[in-house]
Design a protein around this ligand. Sequence first.
Ligand code: HEM
Length: 459
Amino acid sequence: MTRIKAPGPRGGRSLVRNVVSWRKDPAGFLLAAAQDHGGVARLQLGPYLTHLVTDPAAVYRVVVENHRNYTRGRLYEQFKLVMGRGLLTSDGAYWRGHRRGVQPLFLSKAIGAIVPNVVEATNEMLDRWERSAADGEPVDLVAEMLRLTMVTLSRSLFGYDVDDTVPAVKQVVDAGLELMFMHGMISEKLPRWVPNARNRQIREIQGFLTEFVATIRDNHSRTGQGPLVELMEAAVDPETGRRWTDQEIRDELITVYMAGHETTATAAAWTLHAIATHSWIDEELTGEAQRVLAGRDPVHADADQLTFAGMVVQEALRMYPPIWIYPRDAVDDDELNGYHIPAGSSVVLSPLVSQRNPELFPNPHAFDPHRFAGDAVKRLPRLSYYPFGGGPRMCVGNLMALLELKLIISMITQRFRLEPVSGAQVPYGHSIISLRPEGELRVRLRPRTRELAAAGGRS
Ligand code: HEM
């Protein structure tokens, strides 16, 4: 095996510079690293040796060809504080058994069941938006989408209407997501039994989420509602034949909740921002919604006809992939594109950096849904575009997210034109689980029917 080191910034000064630049602007730092050093770039971040891996062949090796060598690692250990041991944080036989357990609900033939919930919850939001529009009140797309996806996910998978508890759940979820990341504070290094503010907060959040899951399971046992709860209650480990424990069910329900709603909300917010700031996209989308839906609510069969909406979502996921980086730890030595990856070091994959490669995506910083016309993406090298990851650990909810996003944006553009208040250039904010925009994404709402009437009564 080769011992050749990958290119990257070298020397003591660059070591400190790396950490400072990373802290200041993580996305900008990684984009520059790939531009300067290529698709496998060696980065020393303080005490950690990591490689930024963005070349498609190298990404393929990490997530498919040699995926068993790349485990979840240190960051995911932190996630366990809130999510426990679930799909996102586990590896090996435990992960395989659980993945098999929940997979059936996320297959293309099963996900259509979410459509009525998505339509109903979106209409509820749009009715509320009518009132905001009448009052001339802008709305914040990030907050609105977080609320919407939380409601659709809990109704669709848990059979539980989270509506009444949204502010409380949202607060806890946000605090939990924040806690899962280290900020370099001494309090983060203290053992869990130390009664400091951070540990108290961890316990409070864990307690709240445990109770939340108990409410969902109780609701399921009374009403029989909630297909994901149903699946988990009946799940049997394929290797040992035993049923999932209460703890396993708790951890997986929280994992799906955390992994599913914030990512989809962030994707929806960025997509709507792009629509608000590109009037030609808004027009093309409205035309498609009028052709396919003609003013009615969508049904599952419409999704295949909403092709432009699908392209807009794909382009938003290219430019603003919510999971913009994810790390792995190398168990054994490996070789990526001829460079040595030492055992015990980590690699970082970044859909954001890969998907802005100018050789594969010309004019990469321009938002252009037509890149995804027809089968354009299939003609790219595999793992050039991977907003949902790839290989066996690919996002279990990817088809569900794509369907939901298409429906949400078609329903919104059918009823409203969005006018940006936040400006066209919105920087990336602090990444929680997802790469959210900095601050709010505020838009003013112009109800469509009235606007069309004013323009001469076209419909
Ligand atoms: C636009 C929305 C979404 C994006 C961009 C996204 C992205 C991702 C990515 C990149 C991964 C792989 C992470 C890794 O390998 O380290 C992942 C895993 C996962 N996602 Fe998603 N996701 C989205 C929506 C959803 C939804 C709707 C659900 C469930 C309802 C979900 C549940 C999960 C779970 C459980 C995993 C772990 C899968 C495993 O390791 O077996 N995600 N997601």
